[in-house]
Design a protein around this ligand. Structure first.
Ligand code: LMR
Length: 330
């Protein structure tokens, strides 16, 4: 009799747990893969997201962050996401061209005067439209994340475009960036971020373009004697997930995850500008690399040389988009 009652109680408890799904369900795991160091706006944002989720959604969701291309390099992460091997990433906007041509707008040289302009455009209707541009490919854009303006580092001093002629530059996987370097007579090479330091160190390439925080955290300044403060383009990210994963979350949980992510993005964007300034200063203080500042006349030469790239890609991106982005400067 006693054992029958015990069995009944146990069965009832088990069915309650199965119905509520609480006690037995393993937490949803979000693997967040990225390629940069932890001490960067993206690294800090991802860690903040992990902490907020741990604080608020313990037992329901857990975030695992994989920095420094530990899990996937930037050329593989979106494929891996569509296969369900990783749930979140924040690739540079230059790395989506296999999925949409629209985001190429962010690579157009000298289109955004500074990061406040990029931010203004990203928060506009057009910016939101671009965030949704990956939907048909099974990816969901969850938000923009800042890094900063790009600078040119090189084995030779670059003051005017003619100085770059014949040099090899590593670029992200973007045809716009390839055209940008071709426009000054240089040779662009599309290579993953994880290979840049070695390529520079072994002199397989002469230079690269990147933000202050990436140049500092990945020690590119130790193997590049010159950095030209060109501020010629934006390096920002889109935080993405797969539609399949996102839709698999129950609505309330999805909203809570999104809230934590939005807060982490605000945090990341909040530290990006200061990080750029601090890392710029650390590079100058190191005396490993010489900072080259451009006069207005020198800068105009770079603008003139690279500007034809806009027209080359206007059709793929959409003239209305380019015009709207340009107007954000005003
Ligand atoms: C690069 O490949 O240079 C950057 O996109 C790396 C990053 O994620 O900031």
């Amino acid at each position: 009799m006693l054992s029958k009652i015990t069995t009944l109680v146990a069965t009832a408890a088990l069915s309650t747990m199965l119905v509520t799904g609480s006690a037995l369900a393993a937490p949803v795991t979000i693997k967040f893969s990225h390629v940069v160091a932890e001490n960067t706006p993206k690294g800090q944002m991802a860690n903040k997201f992990k902490d907020l989720v741990a604080e608020r959604l313990a037992g329901k969701v857990q975030v695992e962050v994989f920095p420094n291309s530990q899990l996937f390099g930037d050329n593989k992460v979106l494929e891996a996401m569509l296969l369900g091997d990783v749930q979140m990433a924040a690739p540079a906007l230059s790395k989506f061209s296999r999925y949409t041509k629209k985001l190429q707008i962010f690579d157009l040289p000298f289109l955004f005067k500074d990061m406040t302009v990029a931010e203004k455009f990203q928060s506009s209707d057009k910016g939101h439209e671009l965030l949704a541009s990956l939907q048909k490919k099974g990816l969901v854009g969850l938000g923009y994340l800042h890094n900063g303006m790009k600078q040119l580092s090189s084995s030779k001093p670059l003051k005017v475009p003619a100085d770059a002629k014949g040099l090899k530059f590593r670029i992200m996987s973007s045809d716009v960036l390839a055209a940008q370097f071709k426009a000054v007579g240089a040779t662009p090479l599309k290579k993953p971020f994880s290979e840049v330091f070695t390529l520079l160190q072994t002199k397989a390439i002469d230079g690269q373009e990147n933000t202050w925080s990436n140049i500092y955290s990945k020690k590119f300044f130790e193997v590049q004697p010159y950095i030209t403060e060109s501020n010629h383009g934006v390096l920002d990210y889109m935080v993405v997930t797969s539609k399949e994963f996102w839709m698999s979350l129950d609505k309330d949980l999805q909203a809570e995850v999104k809230k934590a992510l939005d807060e982490a993005i605000i945090f990341g964007n909040g530290i990006a500008a200061k990080k750029a300034l601090d890392d710029r200063q650390k590079i100058i203080d190191s005396k490993r690399s010489k900072l080259i500042e451009l006069s207005d006349a020198e800068r105009s030469q770079w603008v003139e040389a690279m500007k034809p790239v806009w027209e080359e890609f206007e059709k793929e991106i959409g003239k209305d988009m380019v015009d709207a982005a340009y107007k954000s400067n005003m």
